[in-house]
Design a protein around this ligand. Structure first.
Ligand code: NAI
Length: 507
């Protein structure tokens, strides 16, 4: 099936933040769009708002005056639901309440042609459940846009148990024609993005709770080492803790309390205190006028290093060696198991064990563990951890070497898998379960995380490039250290490692 023709009339019900944005997307794509809201005047106000918004783009030279007026002319506010009788697609973006949505779709079934596709923008309710009481449940699907809809490229096309696969293809093609990046997903709690993204918040919150580092340091690591646009604390301050905590709780409950999704007491406390983030002026950070943003902690070293020894291969961290070469550091190569020696220090990429544990198990004195960087050739900051009994001079040598390579170094307290590595391993683990359970394809999972939440890499491709055996080892060590189900590795990871295949290999 192909995309809906631009002659097809679209309706959007609910003229709030999402509904207005979706109506604009459809109108810009050339459709005539009816906008309806049960609050009198709300739909007309939303269209006025869109007109003002487009007016600013005209002023900035980003849109022609003709496009603005043509787009606005395609939008029409309606008061009466009967006016939607000749629409080809009706997208609902009303209050997030199952019974209210069900009642609306039942009412629509009595008004619309049988060929009309019904879509819900719900982010947390089951499409199967919303459709269950309809006469034609096969024509109801999820069409999940991200906020703000005109800006965010991702649209999750969500199929419930009864949804017609042909209609899912039609919505997919239509979203494509609207300039979006659609992905297919089955209706399971959180769909793709709101499920796979949970560890991004959860692991930083846990590190904070365990006093591994302060918010500003962890946020800086996610940006400057991980390559994420924002760290978890600045991002949840932006999203609003009430919203982010509610999503986490809803996913946790929907999976019958699976501790993978355990909400954080720290975030709960912020919500209880009314510290909702930017919108309330205080979250993890203070947004009052003149408030100073705390700086990440960094560890400096005055020592001078001119050479180091690399034993074996650092694998994904080899970009570090290139940087040392560029800085004129002599790098002596020997056989070995992926260790970097400088002075009395031994540097190694974390495998998920704490430094104290690995130092003891492998008989390595003065071990400095390195965190993951999204790109070791480009990252500007890197986290390290070491056992409490490391000799200060050895630590200073290790830090000096990393500084020579151009990294700002942040020392974390000795915790399994540091910060970026544990986060990426857990994102990949959740993505692997989504794939294992047939909720979405590997390509769609990665696309969803890049286009929906701007991750620098899709978590599955990221894990493939790190090496699945390494990711599995990291998760097994996290699992063993905490003894918690939360860190259990996905069966699919184990299987693919045993088969010697990647997550992107066809199943
Ligand atoms: P909102 O509160 O800004 O807007 C909802 C609008 O629906 C209001 O104007 C309200 O008057 C209207 N409404 C409520 N019940 C109605 C009914 N029975 N008939 C007609 N109009 C009705 O909410 P928002 O944020 O736009 O969310 C709408 C939907 O989109 C929800 O299902 C939400 O879960 C989902 N969503 C929200 C996202 C967000 O970031 N805000 C992101 C993706 C999905």
């Amino acid at each position: 099936m192909t995309a809906l023709d631009t002659n097809a009339r679209i309706a959007v019900i609910g003229a709030g933040a999402m509904g207005a944005g979706i109506a604009l997307v459809a109108a810009q794509a050339g459709h005539s769009v009816l906008l309806l809201d049960n609050r009198p005047g709300a739909a007309a106000q939303a269209i006025e708002g869109i007109d003002r918004q487009l007016g600013k783009r005209v002023e900035n030279g980003k849109l022609s005056a003709e496009s603005r007026s043509a787009t606005v002319a395609r939008l029409q506010a309606v008061q009466d639901i009967e006016a939607l009788d000749d629409c080809a697609l009706i997208i609902e973006a009303i209050v997030e309440n199952l019974e209210v949505k069900r009642a609306l779709f039942r009412q629509l079934e009595n008004i619309c042609d049988e060929r009309c596709i019904l879509a819900s923008n719900t982010s947390s309710l089951s499409i199967t459940s919303i459709a269950a009481q309809l006469r034609h449940p096969q024509r109801l699907l999820g069409l999940h846009f991200f906020n703000p809809a005109p800006v965010m490229a991702l649209v999750e096309i969500v199929s419930g148990l009864a949804s017609d696969p042909g209609l899912a293809e039609c919505l997919y093609d239509t979203a494509n024609a609207w300039g979006k990046k659609p992905v297919h997903t089955r209706s399971t709690p959180g769909f793709i993005v709101n499920r796979v993204a949970r560890p991004f918040y959860a692991e930083s919150l846990r590190l904070l709770q365990e006093s591994v580092a302060e918010c500003a340091t962890l946020d800086a690591l996610m940006r400057e080492a991980g390559g994420f646009a924002m760290g978890a604390f600045e991002l949840t301050d932006l999203i609003g803790h009430d919203v982010n905590y509610a999503v986490t709780c809803s996913v946790f409950d929907a999976y019958y309390g699976d501790t993978r999704f355990l909400p954080s007491l720290i975030q709960k406390e912020l919500v209880e205190a009314g510290r909702l983030g930017r919108k309330s002026g205080q979250g993890f950070y203070c947004y009052a006028e003149g408030a100073q943003r705390p700086q990440p902690t960094s560890l400096g070293s005055e020592r001078t290093v001119t050479s180091c020894v690399i034993e074996g291969d650092l694998g994904i961290a080899n970009g570090l060696i290139l940087r040392l070469h560029e800085q004129g550091v002599e790098v002596i190569k020997r056989d070995g198991s992926g260790l970097l020696r400088v002075g009395d220090a031994v540097l190694a990429l974390s495998d998920g064990r704490m430094a104290c544990q690995r130092a003891k198990e492998e008989g390595l004195r003065n071990l400095v563990l390195l965190d993951l960087a999204g790109d070791y050739a480009k990252a500007t900051r890197l986290a390290i951890s070491c056992a409490a009994d490391i000799e200060p001079a050895a630590l200073a040598d290790g830090v000096a070497l990393l500084q020579r390579a151009g990294f700002t170094v942040s020392r974390l307290s000795d915790s399994p898998a540091l910060a970026v590595l544990r986060t990426v391993a857990m994102l990949a683990n959740e993505g692997a379960d989504v794939l294992l359970q047939g909720v979405a394809s590997a390509a769609d999972i990665d696309l969803a995380m890049r286009a929906g939440v701007n991750y620098p890499q899709g978590p599955l491709a990221w894990a493939d490039s790190i090496g699945l055996a390494h990711i599995l080892k990291v998760l097994e060590h996290l699992h063993a250290s905490y003894g918690e189900e939360r860190y259990r590795p996905s069966l699919l990871l184990r299987r693919r490692v045993a088969e010697g295949r990647t997550l992107h290999d066809p199943s």
